[in-house]
Design a protein around this ligand. Structure first.
Ligand SMILES: Cc1cc2nc3c(=O)[nH]c(=O)nc-3n(C[C@H](O)[C@H](O)[C@H](O)COP(=O)(O)O)c2cc1C
Length: 304
């Protein structure tokens, strides 16, 4: 029997396959379709201090090899999450680990969510979405070295739980931003969030997306996600969660060989909700065929 488990953040993940933030709701939404507790884990939709309705429609549309989205962080807010969503996670996920995705527009916003959740049961740690505009600095946290350092430092002071920073690919050297997270106390890195993009309706001469621009995800971004994972894993010691365009076990292995200890699947779950369980099965088959008895041995195991 192939051992798919990964030891990350001081706990054992039964396999490396997680569901990506914003693509699996708060877990419960998939419970009628797949055995969520058989996954490595899930990452919740972003939680912000207050509930948010999100952007006006159109919020998503297909793009070549993927999709564009501008949901605008629609979510139930900190209190809604505690009251309506966390109980299901606490009662139903015993083996799959939960990371709560956190978003905000100031350091205080992020700290408020983390401090407001930290005493609760039902989740392992946090994934911090730094692809948000910083209203104080005018740039994104994830593209501003100083703002990122301050944010990670403040969050480190607010929690002892695993603190994973989700990097944006929208920078010249993602390794530098990974280094800043490591230097300021992060426990792990997720790479990557979506790429900024735009789709235009040439008949209407208007952007298709209500928000004008959005984030591109899906198979089209996979080579860039693998590259970012490899850059980050080559630069820092922290565990890396590889994300972007994963559709099956082979894609997952690309990320693992590039240095990821865990992966997340997002867009592919919209196409086929069985993608995650089939990916886990596929990992078993490929490892068995290649004579690999423990998947963890393949993390970063690229031939020179
Ligand atoms: C509809 C949608 C909503 C998303 N919402 C979030 C979010 O709230 N927070 C976040 O960090 N990432 C969010 N993402 C980004 C995904 O978690 C993931 O990083 C990205 O889609 C790349 O993975 P994929 O190609 O497997 O979809 C969202 C993506 C999609 C498609």
């Amino acid at each position: 029997m192939v051992d798919l488990s990964m030891d990350v953040f001081g706990v054992e993940f039964q396999n490396p396959v997680m569901l990506a933030s914003g693509t699996c709701g708060y877990g419960e939404e998939y419970a009628d379709l797949i055995a969520v507790d058989e996954l490595g884990g899930i990452v919740t939709k972003a939680v912000t201090p207050e509930a948010r309705a999100g952007n006006p429609p159109v919020r998503i549309t297909e793009t070549p090899g993927g999709m564009i989205n501008a949901i605008g962080l629609a979510n139930v807010g900190l209190e809604g999450f505690k009251r309506e969503k966390l109980p299901w996670l606490r009662d139903n996920l015993r083996r799959a680990h939960v990371l709560v995705n956190v978003a905000g527009w100031s350091v205080d916003d992020f700290v408020k969510v983390v401090a407001g959740l930290d005493e609760q049961d039902g989740f392992l740690g946090y994934e911090i979405n730094v692809s948000c505009p910083n209203v104080e600095g005018g740039t994104m946290f994830g593209t501003d070295e100083l703002a990122l350092a301050q944010l990670v430092g403040a969050l480190r002071a607010a929690t002892q739980r695993p603190l994973v920073i989700k990097l944006t690919p929208n920078v010249a050297d993602i390794g530098l931003f990974a280094q800043i997270c490591e230097d300021n106390g992060a426990d792990g890195l997720s790479a990557i969030n979506t790429f900024p993009g735009m789709v235009i309706d040439v008949e209407a001469r208007r952007p298709v997306i209500g928000n004008v621009t959005g984030g591109i995800s899906g198979p089209a971004i996979r080579p860039m996600g693998v590259y970012a994972t490899w850059k980050v894993a080559s630069r820092v010691e922290l565990p890396v969660i590889g994300i972007g365009g994963i559709c099956n076990a082979r894609d997952t292995l690309e990320y693992i060989l590039a240095g990821a200890a865990l992966v997340q699947i997002g867009t592919a779950m919209f196409v086929d909700p069985y993608t995650a369980p089939e990916t886990i099965e596929g990992l078993r088959e490929i490892c068995a065929r290649q004579g690999v008895d423990k998947l963890a041995h393949l993390v970063g195991a690229l031939e020179a």
